[in-house]
Design a binder for this molecule. Structure first.
Ligand code: CP
Ligand code: NVA
Length: 317
């Protein structure tokens, strides 16, 4: 099995995971299958090191706990190594053009993960990179997180196709990634955000026509949902808006009543870090619907499958 990996070929031309729609439905099905296999093997404490001698460079321009630990641990577990760069300790913070950085780094490593601000920045990097680039969060998208969330849903509740997911709160990078996923994997996203923070119709329509519906009242969005999910009211990079957001989002807190409105078997997810008492109550975080810790763990497993696919290609089981 492992031997077969060595003869795999990475997708050609070089494939990146910059936003959810970069992969097809069939590629997601493959990734979820691989995730299951890799996770099971890991749980049995069996070595699986197809990325020996391969290197991942991680660039963080924003803070991180889960993304850093899951990519770093995952790459080591696959037999590879990791280089961690931040704006402060590299030339990135001293105005070297992103295109130049991409050309240099991608001659030295096998795959790059970037967490940054504008999506255009990661796109510019990818267009000058010889190796796959993975979006570890931008202002616009967080595809690795939604990959883990959907894997977690499927693992616990079966196929996501035809299901209803309720997004309560800020229409941020997570929300727009869910919208792309809804279109690709054919489920419905109920979105509820306060006035002034609703979806940009152009962007949302382009992302997933027919696969979402907006609700003024968050209780209505949650009604009958198979999964209720939310995120912080203020994302990284928008801290100056903290106070007005705190006021505007006060009624967009996922609480026990909202979970009651969802289906009895509904799951609750949050990409974390969570602010208990703001976007979610302590009771929901720790309650029977919550799967936030499994969701966080699955970042590790889905990203190992993603790294395997981008670096060595499909593995023949
Ligand atoms: N959910 C997530 O991406 O967490 P970090 O910001 O800790 O990486
Ligand atoms: N929307 C949040 C997600 C953090 C993982 C942010 O961008 O800060």
């Amino acid at each position: 099995m492992e031997q077969a990996n060595l003869f795999g070929a990475p997708p050609s031309p070089t494939k990146h995971f910059l936003q959810f729609r970069d992969f097809s439905r069939e590629e997601f099905a493959y990734l979820f299958e691989r995730t299951h296999w890799i996770k099971e093997k890991f749980k049995r404490y069996e070595f699986y090191q197809p990325l020996r001698d391969r290197t991942l460079a991680m660039v963080f321009e924003k803070a991180s706990t889960r993304t850093r630990v899951s990519f770093e641990a995952g790459m080591y577990q696959l037999g590879g190594s990791v280089i961690h760069l931040t704006t402060g300790d590299s030339q990135l913070g001293r105005a070297e053009p992103i295109e130049d950085t991409a050309r240099v780094i991608s001659r030295m490593v096998d795959v790059v993960m970037i967490r940054t601000y504008e999506q255009t920045k990661i796109e510019r990097f990818a267009s000058h990179s010889r190796v796959p680039v993975i979006n570890g969060l931008t202002n616009e998208f967080h595809p690795c997180q939604v990959l883990a969330d959907i894997y977690t849903f499927i693992e616990m509740r079966g196929p996501i196709q035809g299901r209803t997911i309720a997004w309560i709160g800020d229409t941020n990078n997570m929300c727009y990634t869910w919208l792309e996923a809804a279109r690709l994997l054919d489920f419905k996203l109920n979105v509820s955000a306060p006035p002034g923070y609703r979806l940009d119709a152009d962007r949302a329509g382009r992302a997933s026509p027919g696969h979402y519906e907006e609700f003024a009242d968050p209780m209505h969005a949650a009604r009958g949902a198979d999964l209720v999910t939310t995120d912080v009211w203020t994302s990284m990079g928008f801290e100056a808006e903290n106070e007005p957001r705190r006021i505007a989002f006060a009624d967009w807190c996922v609480d026990e009543d909202m979970m009651q409105a969802a289906r009895a078997q509904a799951l609750f997810m949050h990409c974390l870090p969570a602010h208990r008492g703001e976007e979610v109550t302590h009771g929901v975080m720790e309650g029977p619907h919550s799967v936030v810790w499994d969701e966080a763990e699955n970042r590790l497993h889905v990203q190992k499958a993603l790294l395997e696919y981008l670096v060595i290609g499909r593995v023949r089981a």
